[in-house]
Design a protein around this ligand. Structure first.
Ligand code: FAD
Length: 453
């Protein structure tokens, strides 16, 4: 019975149950023994009432304390990160308890995180992400991943992450996504995970008055919700277009939430595009097909001209790699300057034909002549351009550096370079110190590189 009471997550309910339990436990034997020895005495009756009240109160207090300490202690027992920070000077890993877990769509679930230490948490800039660390059984080392903050409160007492379950790719023996499936299946209310402070440069300038177009598909909607909420709260004069693409309504997370923001903010203009809508979606979407540059050119731009007197805008893109590629190309063709287009990749795009390894072989005439030294692991290996980035090359050779995004955004893979130089396949978004490099998007540039891995 005590075990069951401890499992109750609502503290009020746990206090009442625990109080009643202890009160019953004390009152029955006290009543029985006092009536047996002194049945007619008025003091006996009073003693029974006091005993039952006192035991109920002790039970309730015990219920609250016992439940709280247990929920944190039991879940953190599997968590082995040392070096957790809990002060206001939060720079590295800090423990968070999952306060709420909410299913948003067939594939996306939200997790509300509150700091275990009870301290305050800084507000994020809309569009930023949290880097989290998970101790997953059977994984050799903690798994680090990056998730956009999908809410915006002004003065937050929680952070919300909304995570899509990544299934195994079809027709392969490749495993399903490690972190997303673990979050969906094994992280519940009361579980504890570690997180680093909000970071990232894919952010909405809250002082700008230039119209903004937030364009997403799938789970790429997460940073856009934060941006739309922040603009509504702090910059409601700014015209924002919120364009989102989904296959159908069952995969469209946060529709009601975004619609609710738009009812509060007349300058938030919504356009949902469903590629394969079902009859149940009737009236819930504005366009059939994909979100593409034509939709922006033919629908958004005329509206913007009318409302703002110009169609010059800031574009924010987040979604699948192919979706973003096609939008970036389409916007460029239409004449939108690259400096007005900000994008965030959640996953590494498959290399285009022109970026295949052969290209790199011809650049570095003799890749065999390139030496990569992983100094901490004590390994010196000849570079193999077929294995991708330095991170992928390291993994292929049984060296497993910390990493998360694999697209140069989160900075988790930054490591010191003490000799040689690397070249980047794309411009890193994360800040990197001058003597460090991001190995997830780089390759050796010189014939020898020495990395502190
Ligand atoms: C800045 C940023 C913000 C992000 N925000 C969000 C967000 O808000 N919500 C969200 O859901 N995600 C977000 N992501 C993505 C997230 O960080 C993870 O990449 C995602 O959850 C997948 O992680 P995973 O561990 O589940 O999958 P992983 O284990 O990393 O696998 C990724 C994919 O590769 C497949 N795979 C695994 N092994 C192989 C193999 N050998 N061959 C072929 N395929 C394989 C898996 O099945 C899976 O589909 C964000 C990423 C970045 C960089």
């Amino acid at each position: 019975m005590l075990e069951e009471i401890r499992e109750i997550s609502n503290p009020l309910y746990r206090a009442i149950t625990s109080g009643l339990f202890l009160s019953t436990l004390v009152t029955i034997p006290v009543t029985a023994s006092l009536y047996l020895f002194n049945p007619k005495n008025e003091a006996t009756h009073k003693l029974i009432v006091y005993a039952s009240l006192a035991s109920a109160a002790i039970g309730a207090i015990g219920g609250i304390a016992n439940g709280k300490s247990r929920s944190i202690a039991s879940k953190s027992a599997t968590f082995q990160v040392e070096d957790i920070e809990s002060s206001a000077e939060w720079k590295d890993w800090r423990k968070f308890v999952i306060d709420r877990k909410v299913k948003e769509s067939e594939s996306i679930t939200s997790f509300y995180l509150k700091p275990v230490d009870g301290g305050s948490i800084p507000n994020h800039i809309p569009g930023q992400f949290l880097t989290i660390q998970l101790d997953i059984p059977e994984q050799l080392k903690p798994i680090i991943r990056t998730y956009s903050l999908s809410d915006y409160l002004g003065s937050p007492d929680y952070y919300r992450l909304s995570i899509k379950r990544e299934p195994a790719p079809p027709d392969t023996i490749a495993p399903a996504g490690i972190a997303s499936n673990f979050m969906h299946d094994s992280i519940h209310e009361g579980s504890i995970i570690a997180a680093k402070p909000p970071a990232g440069k894919f952010v909405l300038d809250l002082d700008s008055t230039q119209p903004a177009v937030l364009i997403s598909n799938g789970v790429g909607i997460t940073p856009m919700i934060s941006m739309a909420k922040a603009a509504t709260l702090l910059n409601p004069q700014r015209h924002i277009w919120f364009l989102h693409g989904a296959r159908d309504g069952s995969l469209h997370a946060f529709r009601d939430e975004v619609n609710a923001i738009a009812t509060r903010n007349p300058n938030l203009h919504i356009a949902y595009s469903y590629s394969r809508p079902t009859p149940a979606d009737e009236g819930q979407y504005q366009h059939k097909g994909y979100v593409d540059a034509n939709l922006i050119k033919n629908v958004v731009a005329p509206e913007m001209e009318k409302l703002c007197g110009s169609s010059v805008a800031d574009y924010f893109l987040c979604g699948s790699p192919s979706f973003m590629d096609s939008l970036r190309d389409g916007l460029r063709e239409w004449g939108v300057s690259d400096k007005n287009v900000l994008f965030e990749s959640f996953a590494k795009a498959k290399p285009k034909k022109s970026e295949q390894p052969q290209e790199i072989i011809s650049k570095n005439k003799n890749p065999d002549a390139i030496e990569v030294v992983f100094s901490r692991s004590g390994k010196t290996i000849h570079w193999n351009p077929d294995q991708g980035s330095i991170l992928e090359f390291a993994e292929a050779n049984d060296v497993y550096p910390d990493h998360s995004c694999r697209v140069g955004v989160c900075g988790t893979c930054a490591c010191k370079i003490s000799e040689g130089e690397v070249e980047y396949e794309e411009r890193p978004t994360a800040s990197v110190e001058s003597n460090s490099v991001l190995i997830c998007i780089s390759k050796p540039k010189t014939t020898k590189i020495v990395l502190d891995i």
